[in-house]
Design a protein. Structure first.
Length: 96
C-alpha cells in the first residue's frame, strides 16, 4: 500500500522568504486545515500583523511550515499501526 502526502502548495524559496508576491506575508495558508499548526491558524485568522507580533510563530510559519503537519501524520500513522491486530505467534516464530 502506498500513500501520497501533500501538505500544501509549493513555492519558490526565495520568493517565500522575500517580500511581495509569493512571500509568506502575501500568500494565504493553503492545504488541509487538519494539518495546520498554530502559526497557520494565527496567520489565517489574524493576518500578517498578528503573526508578526510573535517571533516564534512567525519563524514557524515562514521557515518550518511543514514540520507540524509531518508530526501529525506521524502520530496518525503510529495510532493506526497500534490499532492493527498483532501477527499470530506462529508467524513471529517463523521469522525468529
Amino acid at each position: 500500500e502506498c500513500s501520497v502526502v501533500d501538505f500544501g502548495s509549493s513555492v519558490c524559496c526565495k520568493a517565500w522568504l522575500g517580500a511581495g508576491e509569493g512571500s509568506w506575508q502575501a500568500e494565504n495558508p493553503t492545504g488541509d486545515a487538519r494539518y495546520w499548526g498554530p502559526a497557520s491558524w494565527i496567520r489565517f485568522l489574524g493576518g500578517v500583523q498578528a503573526l508578526s507580533k510573535e517571533e516564534k510563530f512567525m519563524r514557524q510559519y515562514s521557515r518550518r511550515l511543514d514540520g507540524f503537519a509531518l508530526a501529525i501524520c506521524t502520530l496518525e500513522s503510529v495510532a493506526k499501526l497500534h490499532c492493527q491486530a498483532a501477527p499470530p505467534e506462529a508467524l513471529l516464530r517463523a521469522f525468529a
